[in-house]
Ligand binder design. Structure first.
Ligand code: ADP
Ligand code: ASP
Ligand code: MG
Length: 463
């Protein structure tokens, strides 16, 4: 059995969906379970409906509902010929549009938007795309079965970023998905969506379809997890900054996790973790170019002559600087600092300490003033926003002393606020001003990946 996940751009229109179905068809002997995202842009539109409704902008919310309805009706017209399923799907789309209108109305009356309502609304994107794709497979002579992810992706109640409860997901997947697969059905289901076990829809975080696929792949011991997207695999940098970024043929779980964590959108940050547990190979592939085999992510065989693999960046960070002369005296200074950080849910992406100071790059802190107030009782604290981490990732960084010099010379004209090397020693990160991201990524890419005679580029890792 294998798990295949198709992202929003892979299912954005009828041509894309036909391509996806051909890809799945070619894999039917390997018993695929297929996770799909909402059609590209639909999740954003649904979240727009939620906020517009809460702001009392009912007409604008209704326009979005109509746009979603029309888009999916067109998909049905393009993909489904037989009258019976066509009418059935159109009826379903109409019911969903009415439900969305009712939700929008209720939210605008209350004037309040809860995370729970957000998730209910967001769940319609994947529910719509998956039901059309499952039926389109039947049209293309496949035996498919749509399964509602709310039946098996059971999560906690932490709406909008719910955590799947793995033993329950395992039990339910084995009960619901495996028998269908064994009976020769191609299972089609929704990524991103789950439920809290009481029938209320939850979602597992933006971009979470990758995570859904890899959770189920790992719980069911899939032979392979395939993440199908709109680029040829994991690239040496974000192609929106480096259009000529190179394709990476293989990388390790650790490298992929670090890259995803430091912002490479191609994979959800948690998506690799379940695969690591069971050592399940993950392929990242392009649904528009299926003849290319993509990037293979595995445990690694230590047979890798590359130095660096890729460059990622994470935006919208804040730099906190704490200074206290008391640090000399108080060995529990760091403990006190991190106790406050914990209380204010500070997610530290990079930390640097000296005898008398601590510098931390963090995501947005909702109560920055509260945090500053508490810290200022024992240390001076200052903050500056608009920061980013640019990060070079590669297993062999730890064995390549020369790389640090190359990185620094590539960045010599860029103001670096802070440097950090992850405990895993497979990344080197720099905090820079957000405005400098593009320049930093470009200069690093030129230094590390543009010259084929550079160290580490000659083997069979890059295309
Ligand atoms: P999907 O809808 O298939 O989940 P995403 O938009 O979430 O697709 O992720 C794919 C996108 O990630 C690519 O189109 C690309 O612009 C972006 N991206 C950022 N960094 C990288 C990278 N290092 N390698 C590949 N793609 C990247
Ligand atoms: N549709 C969801 C999103 O846009 C989940 C995903 O595509 O992975 O965030
Ligand atoms: Mg994605």
């Amino acid at each position: 059995m294998i798990v295949m996940k198709f992202g929003g751009t892979s299912v954005e229109d009828s041509d894309s969906i036909r391509r996806v179905i051909e890809i799945v068809k070619s894999e039917t002997p390997r018993q695929p379970i297929v996770f799909v995202s909402a059609c590209a842009g639909v999740t954003n539109q649904l979240l727009g409906i939620a906020t517009l409704s809460a702001d009392g902008k009912k007409d604008e919310a209704n326009d979005l509902i109509t746009a979603i309805r029309t888009r999916h009706e067109k998909l049905v017209d393009d993909l489904i010929r037989s009258d019976l399923p066509k009418n059935y799907l159109k009826g379903k789309i109409s019911v969903y549009a009415h439900e969305l209108k009712n939700l929008s109305q209720a939210i605008s009356v209350l004037g309040e938007l809860t995370h729970r309502s957000v998730d209910t609304i967001a769940s319609y994107g994947e529910r719509l795309s998956s039901m059309i794709i499952a039926q389109a497979m039947e049209e293309m002579s496949m035996r498919s079965m749509l399964v509602d992810a709310r039946e098996f992706m059971i999560t906690d109640d932490n709406f909008t970023k719910a955590a799947p409860i793995l033993p329950v997901v395992e039990e339910m997947s084995k009960k619901l998905l495996v028998p269908l697969v064994l009976n020769g059905y191609v299972v089609v289901t929704q990524g991103f969506v789950g439920s809290n076990g009481k029938g209320i829809a939850t979602t597992i975080g933006r971009g979470g379809s990758d995570y859904s696929a890899s959770i189920v792949g790992s719980l069911l011991d899939a032979a392979e997890i395939q993440i199908w997207t709109d680029v040829d695999g994991v690239l040496t940098a974000d192609p929106s900054i480096i259009p000529a970024a190179r394709r990476i043929k293989r990388m390790t779980f650790n490298e992929a996790s670090e890259l995803a964590y430091f912002g490479a959108r191609v994979l959800h940050p948690k998506s690799i973790l379940p695969a690591i547990d069971k050592s399940i190979p993950v392929y990242v592939r392009n649904s528009r170019n299926p003849s290319y085999r993509g990037t293979l992510i595995t445990k690694g065989d230590g047979n890798d002559e590359s130095v660096a693999k890729s460059i990622a960046y994470k935006e919208h960070l804040t730099l906190l600087k704490l200074e206290s002369s008391r640090m000399f005296l108080a060995p529990d200074f760091l403990e006190a600092v991190f106790a406050v950080f914990n209380k204010y849910h500070v997610i530290a992406h990079a930390v640097a300490t000296s005898d008398v100071s601590v510098t931390v790059a963090t995501e947005h802190i909702s109560d920055l003033d509260g945090l500053k107030g508490e810290i200022s009782e024992f240390a001076e604290i200052s903050s500056s926003g608009g920061k980013a981490i640019v990060c070079v990732v590669g297993e062999n960084i730890r064995h390549s002393p020369g790389i640090v010099g190359r990185i620094f010379s590539a960045l010599k004209d860029i103001r670096i606020n802070m440097i950090s090397q992850g405990a895993s020693e497979i990344n080197i990160g720099f905090v820079v001003d957000e405005n400098d991201i593009e320049q930093a990524v470009r200069q690093l890419h030129t230094e590390l990946f543009a010259n084929p005679s550079s160290p580490g580029l000659s083997g069979d890792i890059f295309d």
